[in-house]
Design a protein around this ligand. Structure first.
Ligand code: PLP
Length: 446
């Protein structure tokens, strides 16, 4: 088991001829609704490198959208997956049980914030975890309504796309949407009239909607991403999440932290809620949890988790044994290699460089994020008008040079960086240099 050489190397243009050929086949075989960020086909990956079928070594600043925090072929994950697959691949935990499921639950009960009694239920995808958190909160409170934020992203199923804010591409044409989903403003410092008052304004609106429009006695849950992911890596001001928690507690509303993108070390804390000293009632996890295998979870206060009677939760593949083995490997690596600290180091080395890109006349309007979840928001220079075309131009330049970055944001104008936490310092340094040059070159066209 060897990892690909940890060095950026271009053997062909990107995409190369083999990827282009496969792309043609893909176009005729696959539904057009499946998009692609970078149309290259991968045949090997690990550490901070993706190797495509043309032999290009691409630096991975995406981690499969915050999944492969331990890399795409972490030895602990690979070993445990192989061992488990050789023993059995499935029984359905609802039919006959296996230890791996219980071990992953115990790990999440231990690692999530709060010293209260906790329980966990495992599922398969992030959206499924969010749906189940809502089912649990509704059963526990006996209330129907769910409160979500502007810029939220919670998934693509009917309920979770209803909870998601952005219309195109996530919702357009897919309605009618699920009822009893109520949206309130997020605290988005860069897009507020004043960064100082944006938490006050967001809190005031949250209170108004819950108390006067929906009725607190009808609200089962407030669901928040502690750092909003797809919406633009929006870091709320210090204290905002605490106030949401206090408000939820005061009114018997379940606070659900969707840590599907932020969880398990990504932001330089095991959970992003910890930065704000918040202990949510329920936490959803997925992505990094499975080390690349599909696995998700809801973890929370035992009395809330136990509200749903036996048979009310689950799924054929929920907590699949191979995915649980992968998760145990990924968690082992995250803890033994101190990847939480590694994420802090990534922030320390990258954020300072990115901050130098902001300034008068620059299209980089804001740089933000925590740990290895960092972003640049592009605007028309001298304004806050979103500039998605500039973001796309910079991304295209990075891709052509062999650095994979992603766009996100409600306005499509944010470049996000999500390197695997195990990425080597030299590789990361090279990737950020490519990004800096791409921004400088693109600036000639502004
Ligand atoms: N919640 C958050 C915060 C996410 O970032 C995502 C995916 O990006 C989801 C939920 C949905 O997860 P999945 O795509 O596994 O259904």
């Amino acid at each position: 088991m060897t990892q690909p050489e940890q060095r950026r190397m271009l053997a062909t243009s990107i995409p190369g001829p083999k990827s282009l050929k496969l792309q043609q086949q893909r176009s005729s075989e696959l539904a057009d609704g499946l998009g692609t960020t970078l149309p290259v086909f991968i045949e090997d990956a690990g550490g901070g490198i993706l190797v495509d079928v043309d032999g290009n070594h691409i630096i991975d600043l995406a981690s499969g959208i915050a999944v492969t925090s331990v890399g795409a072929s972490d030895p602990e994950v690979v070993r445990r997956v192989a061992e488990q697959a050789a023993r059995f691949t499935h029984t359905c935990f609802l039919v006959t049980e296996y230890e791996g499921f219980v071990d992953v639950a115990a790990a999440l009960n231990r690692l999530t914030p709060g010293s209260h009694a906790k329980k966990t239920a495992l599922f398969t995808t992030g959206a499924e975890a969010v749906e189940n958190a809502v089912k649990i909160a509704r059963t526990y409170t006996g209330r129907p309504a769910i409160v979500v934020l502007d810029h939220a992203y919670h998934g693509r199923t009917l309920l979770t796309m209803s909870m998601t804010a952005k219309n195109v591409p996530y919702k357009q044409g897919f309605g009618p949407f699920a009822p009893e989903v109520h949206r309130v403003p997020a605290a988005y410092p860069f897009r507020s009239s004043s960064a100082e008052t944006c938490a006050d304004e967001a809190m005031a609106r949250l209170q108004e909607v819950v108390l006067t429009q929906v009725g607190a006695a009808n609200v089962a849950a407030i669901v928040v991403e502690p750092i909003q992911g797809e919406g633009g890596f929006i870091v709320p001001p210090a204290g905002y999440l605490r106030r949401v928690q206090e408000f939820a507690n005061e009114h018997g509303i379940v606070l659900v932290a969707d840590e599907i993108q932020t969880g398990l070390g990504r932001t330089g804390a095991m959970f992003a809620c910890e930065h704000d000293g918040v202990v949510p009632d329920l936490i959803t996890t997925a992505k990094a949890l499975g080390g690349g295998m599909p696995l998700s979870a809801v973890t929370g206060r035992a009395e809330i988790m136990d509200a749903v009677p036996a048979g009310g939760l689950g799924g054929t593949y929920a907590g699949n044994p191979v995915a649980c083995a992968a998760a145990l490997g990924a968690l082992e690596t995250i803890e033994s290699q101190n990847l939480v600290q590694k994420a802090q180091q990534i922030e320390a080395t990258v954020l300072g460089r990115l901050e130098k890109l902001v300034g008068p006349g620059s299209a980089v309007g804001d740089v933000r994020g925590r740990g290895a979840m960092l972003a640049l928001e592009f605007v028309r220079p001298g304004t806050r008008e979103p500039a998605p075309d500039i973001a796309r131009d910079v991304v295209a330049r990075c891709h052509a040079e062999g650095v994979l970055v992603l766009v996100c944001g409600t306005f499509g104008n944010v470049i996000r960086l999500l390197p695997p936490l195990v990425i080597g310092a030299d590789l990361l340094d090279d990737a950020i240099s490519v990004l800096e040059v791409a921004i400088e070159d693109a600036s000639c066209a502004w």
